[in-house]
Design a protein around this ligand. Sequence first.
Ligand code: ADP
Length: 536
Amino acid sequence: MSFLNEKHLLTIVKKSGIGILILDQNFKIILTNHWFLKNSFLADQKIENKLIFDVFPELVGTRTLKSIEQCLEFSQYSILTHTLNPFPFPLFDNEQKMKQNERIFQYLHIIPISIDDEPNRFCMIQISDVSQQVTREKLLREQMVFAKEREAEAKKASQAKTDFLASMSHEIRTPLNAILGMADTLTETNLSDEQLEYLTVLRNSGKALYNIINDILDFSRIESGKLEMEHIEYSVHELLNETISLFLMKANAKGIQISYFVSDDIAEHTKGDSTRIQQILINLIGNSMKFTEVGSIIVKALLSDDKKYLILIVEDTGIGIPKEKLNSIFESFTQVDSSTTRKYGGTGLGLTITKNLILMMNGDISVQSELGKGSKFIIKIPYEGIVNKDSIIHQHWLDLELPEPDQFPRCKILLAEDSLENVYIIKTFLRKYPIEIVTAKNGKEAFQMFQLEKFDIILMDMQMPEMDGLEATKHIRQYEQHRNVDPLYTIPIIAISANVQKEVIRNSILAGITSYLPKPVRKLEILKLIYFYLAL
Ligand code: ADP
């Protein structure tokens, strides 16, 4: 330092890259540097020795001047950021900006300076130009807002897509039910071999389309969080037996073996969502069936060592999956290669739905596979074995043996259904039986007819215009109550609905529904249920 004299130091201050302004105790400007003069456009005005509020009258009443006062009076050090100090010095980058009063964004240090032994205090104001940072910050903030908006828009679009998919799949399912129902009924008529062959193609394609639509519906339900899990008792043994039997014919036709094994330590009954577990198994076995030309498919049910998990394994000797694709096959619309769709069909949604369903059960799925040798899918889901089997919910009526049509009890049924196709399907299902069917096209009409005529059973569609099935059922039950009908002789009301969520069924039962038939209505199911209530 010794070689720096006063002149040196003054030059350093004058040429500093930040703005410097020094005031004496009377607010008189005693020193300014080049940067400050250049950006204040006051270089030619000789501002030194003038009072600060004379040079910058607009600073009166601002935080800048208040901080300067506190600095001179109480030796207080302050920092003023551009955000907290909207009125800094009138400093500008260029004349254009000066005309528009677009000030440089400033970061001020207001520093009290006292020199040893000297009574006088000074105030040094250091001014940094933070315009660049501010612009960058502003840009960043704008980008963040933009990104947030984009995210919100994407979420909205994705929700709209999910809702659209759900409602479209639902809309497509209804007419498709009619097509499948009619095709089923057609097979019962006199057909030539050629016609039967055409009809088989029609039915199989219809069923394939139905499965794809169900996949899309499930996928959109999972995505929108609208899928509910059940927690009911079921038998692993029965579930596997039933599921495997669905594939026996196909396996025979392809010449491959299909079998299952249930470990002895699995209780006769367990708790869980058996419908969804079956759906998972159907997906996995269906894939194995698709991708296996020779050999076998085996399904195993085991317990984990700690007996906390049920482990289901679907193993095949098929084409296998390349190592690098093992993770991505669980992503939506993913197939190992794009020729898969052409060769084997499918949407690439099966495993996504499978994985999501398993995750919803707090389980896990993994896969091991070797190209050309086969694949092994391993599912792990929480296990709740039950020894007592008395409380099993079982649809007893499904075990009933139906009499021949001419032995079937005569009866009169009120069918409340707004869709003409569904009325037609149900009528054709029942046409060979001595069942008189009276139709009502909404709940209101059904309630009126119920008061006028005597019926043995009501088949009640739940979604109808004007008055829905739930409302109509409540009216009917109230009507019966007012007439003191013995609870044993109230009319059985069988709800027919595509919506078989637990909550919906619970509400229907509370409203007075006697039983529930899920859509699409199957001929044997509806006949057996009617027979069951007639025989009661
Ligand atoms: P997809 O509806 O196309 O069958 P999935 O999600 O069920 O869709 O399966 C995705 C892809 O994973 C399939 O297209 C196939 O390439 C591969 N894959 C699934 N299971 C097997 C299997 N058992 N053997 C060989 N490849 C399989």
